[in-house]
Design a protein around this ligand. Structure first.
Ligand code: GMT
Length: 374
């Protein structure tokens, strides 16, 4: 098949998932054409003959306060449908990609029929879905596309209720269990961050308010009173300055490392002892899955799709959003008992391999494409 993928290029989970689906489809022999405002970062080091990329550029005419990105995107999708003879347009994150794909389909429908699929990733529903200014268009686009998938049952349920939709399929996020693996521990690198008997806590996110990054610091502060440990924060985003202020005010600087965009993420995961994800909203929690595949126990909030990924007390620990005290207590329990740590670590790894491995999930997307292909 000839598959068009429209996504955000950034380090967010939807761009990662979109890129990995495209790469996997190309490996299966399909032709994949990516459309994005920049080269998706996981595509950079992945040249393949059957993968092409088209950048969306916008008109910066001085009359405009807001450049017409959606116009450019719709035109580029329409052009790509014809030029690459696309059978499917799979858009990731509904806003604004889905309405642009709808427009493009209408623009070329006399010349080429194309199916439009959307994968809902999270805040496109849990935040954007509640914005009255865009609700009518988002609702129209959702009702006009050929198939909708969501990355968890919780997100599917919320979207169905909010937009009165009948059918949304859950296709979970997935992980390359050979890339994210417990065996990637780089002891030399670890010794740079922590001493022999110190524990390393990890948080990876795009540091937006929904991730509650200050809770990460509060949990760490609490854990540190009992366990000798340090914290590594990986990511960049709007709350970074607030984090730095808190770190400075509470004199935590010597215990915390911040990395913006490291190339060796799998190594950083597998050398960590615990992963913290105290998010306000989390449709799935791809970063938690990366930790689990790396054999790192996760302490997270009980929100959105996280309980579909982590079984409390079996493959990690969950507490209500904002309950930093309990999250700290679970963390301490895990860090103080080797036996418990090892058991949860193994069970988390097995869960990632059995339920969320790349091949198993990508096949579900391919089946969906074929079920509309004639
Ligand atoms: O919805 C967002 O906040 C953006 C999105 C992204 O592009 O980073 O993140 C979501 O998509 C990921 C991949 O499907 C999920 O694993 C994340 O849980 C989800 N984030 C939220 O729901 C906050």
């Amino acid at each position: 098949m000839n598959i068009g993928i429209v996504c955000y290029p950034t380090i967010g989970g939807s761009g990662v998932v979109a890129t990995e689906i495209g790469k996997a489809m190309a490996e299966k022999g399909h032709k994949v054409h990516f459309i994005s405002s920049d080269m998706p970062f996981r595509l950079l080091e992945y040249p393949m003959d059957n993968i092409t990329f088209q950048k969306v550029t916008v008109n910066q005419y001085s009359l405009f306060k807001y450049p017409p990105y959606e116009h450019s995107l719709a035109c580029i999708i329409a052009e790509a449908i014809l030029e690459y003879n696309l059978d499917v347009i799979h858009v990731h994150y509904a806003v604004p990609h889905l309405s642009c794909a709808y427009l493009a389909k209408q623009m070329v429908k006399e010349k080429k029929q194309v199916k439009i699929f959307v994968t809902l990733h999270g805040t496109d529903i849990s935040v954007m879905g509640y914005d009255k200014r865009i609700f009518p268009l988002l609702s129209f686009a959702l009702k006009s596309c050929d198939a909708i998938t969501a990355v968890s049952n919780a997100l599917a349920k919320e979207a169905k209720m909010l937009f009165q939709l009948n059918c949304i399929r859950t296709i979970y996020n997935f992980i390359d269990v050979n890339l994210f693996t417990p065996s990637k521990v780089n002891h030399r690198l670890k010794s740079y961050y922590v001493d022999k008997n110190q524990k390393l806590l990890l948080h990876v996110s795009n540091l937006r308010s929904v991730k509650r990054p200050l809770d990460v610091l509060k949990i760490f502060q609490n854990v540190k009173t009992t366990v000798d440990c340090k914290l590594l924060i990986v990511g960049q985003g709007p709350n970074f300055d607030t984090l730095l202020k808190y770190i400075h005010e509470h004199q935590l600087g010597e215990y915390i490392y911040c990395l913006e965009n490291p190339a060796n993420l799998p190594e950083l995961y597998s050398m960590s002892d615990l992963f913290l994800l105290p998010s306000e909203k989390e449709s799935f929690g791809l970063a938690a899955l990366e930790a689990m595949a790396s054999g790192v126990p996760v302490v997270a909030s009980q929100t959105g799709g996280i309980p579909e990924l982590i079984e409390h007390g079996y493959s990690g620990y969950l507490a209500p959003v904002g309950d930093v005290e309990n999250m700290a207590q679970y963390s301490i329990r895990l860090l103080q008992s080797n036996e418990l740590h090892q058991r949860i670590s193994q069970q988390a790894r097995v869960t990632s391999v059995e339920r969320f491995n790349k091949e198993y999930i990508v096949n579900q997307y391919e089946k969906l494409y074929y079920s509309y292909y004639n």
